[in-house]
Design a protein. Structure first.
Lengths: 198, 187
């Protein structure tokens, strides 16, 4: 559900993001959140699903988490979000609480390379939005938590084609996946798992 | 998960055929996108308005098969209907996809089911009317995917604009291939 609480937090975060860009803050200090259209896109993929378990790798300050969390409220599900930056974690908790989504989303603090292997759950959807050099290794770690039919959405594959072109090519060449690049905003690679193991 | 040799062979055969109107198939990348949307869903009921010769139907039906979903396809062109039945049978998906013959503006109003995903790929001049007919069969959380909104922006920009201005929906244009409008029902 996209109620007034959720809408208000999303609009505030969009204004903060625009402000940070305008003031030329270095990327490491910015939220680096997805665009509104990408948020709507994530919402559209999650909303029709029943009991949808979402893993978000790179929660940042919670903008995309809120779109995903609002999406799973229709037919059940939850979002597990991984984030390592203490300042972002603090903002994430405040934003998610303001949006009234505490019951639907959970944050796991720490380096995804340590937290992810320790997770025992299985996920229906993974949203990968972390450091670009880490995508390949994070995909491999997430892959073990996915059953056939699961979908991995990786952001920035067109905006960072120099680093991530290889990621898209590897997914599209993998016969255990169906993978397609969606040219929305920074570009997303959508990869469906066909078989248990590669 | 089910994209077996029978399915792949039929998809590859249709991709190799010269596109014939009516019923020009979606691009393979749009097929993969539809597959991605439906594959994670359990018991996914899909309504396809404008089935053509079954290319997009096969992507949708292959996606919903392993979690007990189904596809209901509407088509009115006799030549398309015949090819649709052949293609879907060749792919081994008859038990997952069903065809309702006739003009969707008539058949849709008689359908009593509720759907999680609608794929709208019919005559562009009827999009508005068909959306309104489908809207009555959707609960909050349901997703409508309308094709051609960028390629035929001259006719369909108004469709996208109306969806994006509607406070009971969240709607976004995805510039993949001919352009897809994704609209989620909020209430």
């Amino acid at each position: 559900m996209l109620d007034e609480r959720v809408r208000a937090v999303l609009e505030r975060l969009e204004a903060e993001d625009a402000d940070e860009r305008e003031h030329g803050l270095p990327p490491a200090e910015r939220a680096r959140q997805v665009t509104r259209a990408t948020g709507e896109f994530l919402f559209a993929l999650v909303a029709p699903q029943t009991d949808c378990e979402v893993l978000e790798i790179g929660g940042s300050r919670g903008y995309s988490t809120i779109w995903l969390g609002a999406g799973v409220r229709y037919f059940g599900g939850r979002v597990l979000s991984l984030e390592n930056d203490p300042r972002k974690i603090e903002a994430w908790r405040r934003n998610v609480a303001d949006a009234g989504l505490d019951d639907w989303v959970e944050l796991l603090a720490g380096d995804a390379f340590e937290t992810l292997p320790a997770i025992d759950d299985v996920f229906d959807i993974v949203f990968l939005d972390a450091e670009k050099d880490d995508y390949e290794r994070l995909f491999d770690l997430a892959r073990t938590k996915l059953e056939p039919g699961a979908l991995v959405i990786a952001d920035n594959v067109l905006s960072h084609e120099d680093t991530l072109g290889a990621y898209s090519r590897a997914r599209q060449a993998d016969p255990t996946l169906v993978s397609v690049t969606v040219p929305l905003d920074r570009g997303m690679e959508l990869s469906v798992v066909l078989a248990e193991t590669s | 998960m089910t994209l077996d040799k029978r399915v792949r062979d039929v998809l590859a055969r249709i991709e190799g055929e010269k596109p014939r109107a009516p019923g020009i198939p979606v691009e393979p990348t749009t097929g993969k996108f539809l597959f991605s949307v439906c594959a994670p869903q359990s018991e996914c009921a899909v309504l396809e308005i404008g089935a053509g010769r079954g290319y997009s139907t096969i992507w949708l039906a292959a996606a919903v098969r392993h979690l007990e979903g189904r596809v209901l396809s509407l088509e009115r062109e006799p030549s398309c209907i015949q090819d649709w039945r052949q293609n879907v049978a060749d792919a081994g998906l008859e038990d997952r996809a069903e065809l309702v013959e006739g003009d969707a503006r008539e058949t849709l109003s008689r359908i009593e089911d509720v759907f999680q995903v609608v794929f709208l790929d019919a005559a562009n001049k009827f999009y508005e009317e068909l959306f309104q007919l489908a809207r009555g069969k959707l609960r909050p959380g349901a997703l409508v995917i309308a094709d051609d909104v960028v390629l035929h922006a001259d006719q369909l920009a108004a469709y996208s604009k109306a969806r994006q201005a509607d406070r009971t929906l969240v709607s976004v244009t995805v510039p993949l291939d001919r352009g897809l409008e994704l609209s989620v029902v909020l209430r």
